[in-house]
Structure formats: C-alpha cells, structure tokens
Design a protein around this ligand. Structure first.
Ligand SMILES: Nc1ncnc2c1ncn2[C@@H]1O[C@H](COP(=O)(O)OP(=O)(O)OP(=O)(O)O)[C@@H](O)[C@H]1O
Length: 561
C-alpha cells in the first residue's frame, strides 16, 4: 500500500480539478439513483393508498421521479466522460514518468530486466492502476458520503435503523474493502508477475521462433508457457473468489439493514410517527445505497494487483541511475586526444563482488584524426574498452580522458555528442531505411543519406529497391540480411557529426571482398575523424594508422599498420 501512497498522490495533485469533478458527478449520480428509488417507493405506496381512500398529491412525486431520472442519466454520462478522460490522462502522466525513468537508467541496469518485463511495467502495470481511482476511490468516497447522508435521513424517522445503516455502511465502505485488499495482495502480485512473465515468454518465443523449431524445443517452450498460464488462472480465480466473498458479505449487510428498517420502522409506523409510504421510500433508498456499493467489492478485490503494479513501477521510478552526471560538468572540447591512463576494469559478479580483471592497467593515447584498430582474441576485453570510452562503464582505477578531461567530470550527453558508437548488437528500429538513418542526424538531406549508405557499402542495394530510402525495414530489420542490417547501422553512425567513431566489428556479416572494400574506403568515409575500430577482420595495408593487440586485458603489443 505504501507504494500506492507514494506513487499516486503527486499524479492526482496534477489532475485535481478533473478528479474532484468526477467525484462530484459520481456523488450526484448516486444521490439521484438512491433518491429515485426512495421517491418511487414513496410514490407507489402513496398512490396505492390513495386508491384505498387516502388523499395524495400525485404531481410533486411524479415530477420528482422525472427530474431524478433525468439527473441520474445526465450525471452518469458526464461522470463516465470526465472520469475516464481524467484516468486516461493520469495513466499517460504515469507512463511518461516510467518511460523517463527507464531511459535514465544505464544499459547495465536495464540489462537486469527481461524485455517483456519492462514492457509490462510500462503498459500492464500502469493500466492496473486505473482501478484505484475509478473502481476503488470513487465508489468508496461517494458511497460513504451518500450513506452518511442517508443514515442521517433514516435516523430522523427511524433512529435505531439509522445507526444500523451507519454501522453497516462503515463495514461496506471501509472494513470490507480493506479486508479484500489485504486478501487480494498475493493473488494480485501473482497476476502482475504472471502477466510480465507471459509477455516476456511470448516476445522471446516470437524472436527465437526459428531456433526453437529447428532445435525441436517447441514442446519444452509450450510446457513452460502453459504452466505460466496455469499460475495466472489460479491467481485470477483467487481474485474472483475474493470479489464474490465481498459481494456476498455486502448482501448480508444489505439484508440486515432491510430487516432493521422493517423491524424498527414498523414499530415507528404503529406509533404513527412515520407514514407507510415514507417507510417504503426509506426501505428502497437503503436497498439502492447497497446497489451502488457493489462495484466497490470488485474494485477492492483488484486492489492487490494495483498494489503489486505500483511496487513494480516504483522499483523502476525510484532507481537512481548508477552513472550520474557530476554536479558541475566540465564542457568537453570539440576535438581532442583520447587517453586511457592505467585503466583497470572488472565487471560486477554477484551483488557487492567483482569478477576477474578484464582490463589491467591499460594505457593508450589516440591523437585527433588518428585511426586505430584494436584486435585480439575473443573475450580479451576489446568491446569493454569501447564501453569505457563511451562511459557506459567507469574504470575501477585509472581514468579515461577526452581532450584532457576525465570523462567522469563531463556530462554523459556531452560524451555521446563527441563519440558515436556502432555496438556489436546495434539495433535496426521499426520504420524505413530513412527513419533509421535520420537517428544518426535528424537534419541530414538525401545526398548526405546516400553518401553515408555508399560509405557503408549499402548504397547500391538501396538504389535497387523500388521504394529506395523509404523502404520499410520491418521490426528489428527483419526484411534485411544480417550484413545489410549491420551496414545500415554503420551508415547511421557515419552520419553523426561526432568527431570520434567507436566501431565494434563494423564489417560483421560482410563477405571478404566487401570487408576489404569497406576498409579501403575507411579513410575517405571517416575523413578527419578519430576512429577506434575493434575487429577480427584482416585489415588491408593503410586502412588504419595503428593496430594494437589486446591480450588478457593488457595492450601488450603495438604493431604498425
Ligand atoms: N556485462 C558483462 N558482465 C560480466 N562480464 C562481462 C560482461 N560483458 C563482457 N564480460 C566479460 O568480459 C570479458 C571481455 O569481454 P568483451 O566483450 O570486452 O571481449 P571482446 O574482446 O570484445 O570479445 P569478442 O571479440 O568476442 O567480442 C569476457 O570474459 C566477458 O565474458
């Protein structure tokens, strides 16, 4: 519950006007509904008695019935409109907050979550929170206020029944929902977690479908999926059972109140302190108030899920990025030498412990405009070196500088404006070739896009496509071969105006001839820029200025290119 109390009030404050408007309209709907039942009871009984000889003015109650019916319909319509609009805005606010929190986290932090789990936090968990205002707070507050007023009205005519109604409504609006929310905590948590796991499994299965089929692992995947579905069904059944128990308890309370009204009301009637039609009106109004408390039972049973969702969202929103900008970042020069000064680094293993040293006192200086290739056996730490250059990781000891400034003293945004990165697993985004390229430089015109594509050796392929730059590349570049997707990402990196290019295996997926052609063009394509190139490919003479070999975390051999 603490997570809900920390997450929602600031969001509610931003939309206070619309939320108060919804509460007012909901209250008006309830008042009109309960009033309608009460007046109808009074009207019908009085009309029946009038037929039996007593005098009754039909005009006032029939006008009241029409008025209350109209008010109830109009208020209900307006409440739905205003309430849903306010909730949708709340969810949008919350979703953008979660998204902002996610993009602040470092790749290392995001790597701790499964992709599907993050998607669920951003969608399903956020959606689960609409329950709180629409299905819990609104019915709880409005039924409580309406019940308090009705208890006073009943109390004026039948005091004992008024007290019974007040006690029953206190149970219905407070004790029962609290009990339900507590009971639904575990099933709610199980539902949110099953939803996240199912989404993650579905995403992974779609992405790895070909491998799953080729490895004959379909049955294994299906069994895992079905067992997760069974968990979800069990949790949902438990939630429905809690809602049904709540509804059952509410009916018992309603029955008790009706009996109390009849018991004490008939007594008042026999003493002529109350008329028959008024007793009938009060009776129906009491039944009416319990009708409106019904949705609260369903809402409270879903509160457990909302609490679990709030906890899962809170875990992301309150997580501080583990690499923050310094208080007063130092501006980086536009151009400058790159220096690794006695840099040692190890990845974290278990919580609080470090794995083996990946880089061991590495020192390296790369002059502006120099092209340096870093080669070495697999697992020797080449990509790690680039990650430190981009400040995706910080050294354990030593420091990495650009233009003489320790990267830890600069803002991350400034670092990434100076150094463009082509990662080993660089993504192709859903969209066209053009939209993918424009991520490198949103202002680039067509000649610039073609120049980048030509430099990445993809220009001829794109020219052969009927839609050229506007060719749709599908989700994660599914309509491109691995080599073509790689070259598209390379073209995107080349398009940036960064003075340094950090390229991790830029020619992966290219045949030997294309690799040689790419490296022969490298000097031209990257003219004037510093290039730090990690590769296993054979480099033609003159492709780079220097070639270094990283072995066992040490840059121990330096070879001229
Ligand atoms: N996120 C990580 N967490 C823990 N260990 C990691 C992580 N990334 C890499 N490593 C380890 O660090 C070492 C160096 O990895 P790195 O990817 O830098 O090597 P590499 O030289 O680029 O290899 P390759 O040529 O195969 O790409 C490896 O032993 C690897 O297992």
């Amino acid at each position: 519950m603490t997570a809900l109390l920390r997450l929602l009030p600031p969001l509610y404050r931003r939309r206070l006007g619309a939320l108060l408007g919804t509460l007012f309209l909901a209250l008006l709907t309830i008042a009109a509904g309960v009033g309608l039942l009460g007046v109808s009871g009074w009207f019908l009984s009085a009309a029946a008695l009038a037929g039996a000889g007593s005098v009754f003015n039909l005009f006032v109650p029939s006008a009241l019935v029409r008025l209350l019916s109209f008010v109830r319909i109009a208020a209900r319509y307006a409440e739905r409109l205003v309430g849903h609009a306010a909730t949708l805005r709340l969810l949008t606010d919350l979703r953008s907050r979660v998204f902002e929190a996610l993009v602040r986290l470092t790749p290392r932090q995001l790597g701790r979550y499964r992709d599907g789990d993050l998607v669920t936090r951003l969608t399903g968990d956020v959606d689960a929170l609409d329950t709180v205002f629409l299905h819990v707070l609104t019915p709880m507050l409005t039924s409580a206020i309406a019940a308090a007023v009705l208890a006073v009205v009943v109390g004026v005519w039948v005091p004992a029944a008024g007290w019974v109604l007040a006690g029953a409504m206190l149970m219905a609006c407070v004790a029962l929902p609290v009990w339900q929310a507590r009971a639904a905590r575990l099933p709610g948590l199980a539902i949110q977690e099953s939803q996240a796991a199912l989404r993650a499994m579905a995403l992974e299965t779609v992405e790895s479908h070909a491998d799953v089929v080729a490895l004959s692992a379909v049955d294994q995947v299906r069994t895992g999926f079905m067992s997760q579905c069974a968990d979800m069904t069990r949790a949902r059944k438990a939630q429905v059972r809690i809602a049904a128990n709540g509804a059952w308890a509410l009916q018992v309370l309603a029955g008790l109140c009706v009996l109390a009204i009849l018991w004490f009301g008939l007594d008042e009637l026999s003493r002529q302190r109350l008329s028959g039609p008024l007793l009938a009106g009060l009776l129906l109004a009491v039944i009416g108030i319990f009708e409106v408390a019904g949705p609260l039972m369903r809402g409270a049973a879903r509160l457990g899920g909302a609490v679990a969702a709030a906890q899962r969202i809170q875990a992301v929103v309150e997580q501080a990025p583990d690499q923050a900008d310094p208080g007063r970042p130092m501006p980086l020069p536009q151009r400058g030498a790159i220096e690794f000064d006695q840099v040692s680094f190890a990845y974290s293993a278990a919580v609080g412990t470090l794995g083996p040293l990946v880089l061991n006192a590495v020192s390296l200086r790369i002059e502006p405009g120099e092209r340096v290739a870093i080669t070495g056996p697999s697992g020797s730490g080449k990509s790690t070196l680039l990650q430190l250059l981009l400040r995706l990781e910080d050294p354990l000891s030593g420091c990495v500088r650009f233009g003489g400034i320790d990267l830890r003293n600069a803002s991350l945004a400034d670092v990434h404006r100076r150094i463009a990165w082509l990662a080993q697993d660089a993504p192709v985004f859903l969209g066209t070739l053009r939209t993918n390229l424009l991520i490198g430089d949103s202002q680039a015109d067509d000649p610039m896009l073609w120049a980048a594509l030509d430099a990445a050796r993809l220009g001829n392929f794109v020219r052969s496509l009927p839609d050229g730059l506007d060719t749709w590349v599908g989700e994660t570049g599914a309509s491109l071969s691995v080599g073509q997707a790689r070259r598209l990402c390379l073209a995107r990196a080349l398009l940036t105006s960064c003075p340094v290019l950090a390229l991790d295996e830029p020619t992966a997926g290219l045949d030997e001839a294309a690799q040689a052609a790419f490296f022969n063009d490298l000097a031209h394509a990257t003219a004037g820029r510093t290039v730090v190139l990690v590769t296993h490919a054979a480099l033609p003479q003159g492709a780079v200025d220097r070639r270094l070999i990283l072995r066992d975390g040490c840059l121990n051999v330096s070879v001229l290119a």
